[in-house]
Design a protein around this ligand. Structure first.
Ligand SMILES: Cc1ncc(COP(=O)(O)O)c(C=O)c1O
Length: 474
């Protein structure tokens, strides 16, 4: 290693371990030359090398600065709309999701909080106490619409968000997936057309396929969410029955809709007579204290069915979600009675206690801070270690990042290579009927550590290698 390479290497290490932070100035050529007792030309060569890696930039008359991750990582582009079509990727999606669940993997895959981010100790203590005092909780079934106290706690929680709803309007479900599925069943029959975001959560695609529904894909911006003009155009062309939408922190893009767009969406739903299935599963993980209002709070005409769960904010294993469906309530209860009959009683009782305690707010506050910190660290590592023209989202909450790699990279190939090194990710094609083949989604809902950074850097190196190989081939 030559002298300038050595200096470059040391500076890279200092940037990666945050000795020099994003936006901060690194020593001038002159001061580094005198520190290291080398010529200015040698330092210049070293800095050029670090600059080529996108880690520092020159600012005229000011010196060299550690690059803003944001500069390298602009959001991926707006997607396009697609005409209605039936879906045929259920098996591929299920196979990849099943593969991703292996306990041996370092998980950037499934969008679930890691064990350390779940209040497992508190839940275990509450479960023990409950089972000791009320043994019947283990054996009794609770039929749909679910445990009254849990529904009351959810009604209180919704009221804090500005949504005043009666306990009787809440149905407890087996997670948010069942909530969305039951809503679709209540609103549609096979062959009907449902509007979805592009990209959207793969569970929506599975549900549409399984119910024999057609998906019309609506152009979506990774920051602002569904394009309401595109939806309006689609709704005048085709008879849309329902629109599944995640106005706050959509999965995978993390997009958040403005209040103006939400109002326009509701006007359109009223005008074109469709119902919006609002999926608000990530809403509580918004980073700022005041999270955006759910669409439901603006709905005056019963054009919204609200679905959510505690799978992202507390623990996915509890399998507790809920629906607020007002005048479609009875249809939903009937369908749940005909399928699962209800939700595990013990989970409902424990969660009711957890929500009634001070723990939920404390837990959310702690996790929001951790995820925001993780996002900063992850974006820095991605900016440093992923191929040059990589784009990534910087969502205002949650714990997932949506990453567009250079178009030449096959994200499925990257997914397979990563699994070969026991690292899981989700390839982009799982989130749409077509396209997003060079995208990946990563989960950063974990206790951040040097190992996390190493694994993410390794993923970046694999992506870089793939981008170089593909370049050579083309
Ligand atoms: C947007 C969205 N909706 C629904 C679900 C399913 O949630 P649950 O595990 O509560 O069924 C997920 C899980 O990843 C999700 O991201």
């Amino acid at each position: 290693v030559t002298l300038y390479q050595q200096i470059a290497k040391e500076l890279i290490v200092q940037i990666r371990d945050n000795t020099y932070q994003v936006g901060e100035r690194v020593p001038s050529l002159r001061s580094m030359a005198s520190q290291r007792n080398v010529s200015i030309a040698t330092v210049l060569e070293a800095y050029n090398l670090v600059e080529q890696q996108g880690l520092i930039e020159t600012r005229p008359q000011s010196g060299y600065f550690v690059c803003q991750a944001e500069r390298l990582l602009t959001s991926p582009p707006h997607s396009k709309s697609l005409r209605p079509a039936t879906l045929k990727q259920g098996k591929a999606i299920s196979d990849i999701l099943r593969n991703t669940q292996n306990g041996e993997y370092f998980h950037f895959g499934l969008a679930v909080p890691d064990d350390e981010m779940q209040p497992q100790q508190t839940l275990a203590r509450m479960t023990n106490r409950l089972v000791r005092r009320h043994t019947e909780c283990i054996g009794h079934a609770i039929f749909t619409p679910g445990d009254h106290e849990l529904r009351r706690q959810i009604a209180l929680k919704m009221a804090k968000l500005g949504c005043i709803t009666h306990v009787d309007n809440i149905v407890i479900t087996n997670g948010c997936q069942e909530a969305v599925f039951l809503s679709l069943q209540a609103l549609t029959k096979p062959g009907d057309i449902v509007a979805i975001e592009s990209p959207c959560y793969h569970g929506f695609l599975l549900a549409l396929e399984s119910l024999g529904l057609k998906a019309v894909t609506i152009a979506t911006d990774p920051e602002d969410g569904m394009d309401i003009n595109a939806l309006s155009k689609a709704a005048t062309q085709w008879p849309i029955k329902a629109c599944i939408c995640s106005p706050t922190l959509s999965n995978p893009s993390g997009a958040c809709m403005s209040d103006t767009n939400k109002q326009q969406l509701l006007s359109l739903a009223k005008q074109q007579q469709f119902v919006v299935i609002e999926d608000d599963i990530f809403g509580d993980l918004y980073f700022e204290a005041q999270r955006p209002s759910p669409l439901l709070t603006m709905d005056t005409n019963n054009h919204v069915i609200y679905c959510s769960s505690f799978s992202k904010s507390i623990a996915p294993g509890l399998r507790i979600g809920w629906i607020i469906a007002e005048d479609r309530q009875e249809q939903i209860i009937e369908r749940q009675m005909a399928s699962t009959t209800g939700v595990n009683a013990l989970s409902q009782k424990v969660l009711g206690e957890f929500l009634a305690s001070k723990h939920y707010e404390q837990h959310l506050k702690k996790n929001r801070n951790a995820y925001q910190h993780n996002q900063r660290r992850a974006l820095q590592t991605i900016a440093q270690c992923f191929p040059k023209s990589t784009h990534a989202t910087q969502p205002k909450g949650g714990f997932i990042l949506w990453i567009a790699l250079p178009e030449t990279v096959d994200a499925y190939e990257l997914y397979q290579r990563a699994l070969g090194e026991n690292i899981s990710i989700v390839p982009g094609k799982l989130f749409a009927r077509v396209g997003f083949e060079h995208y990946i989604r990563i989960n950063i809902g974990k206790l951040w550590s040097s190992l996390t950074e190493q694994k993410l850097a390794r993923l970046g190196a694999m992506a870089t290698k793939l981008s170089q190989q593909t370049k050579k081939l083309s």
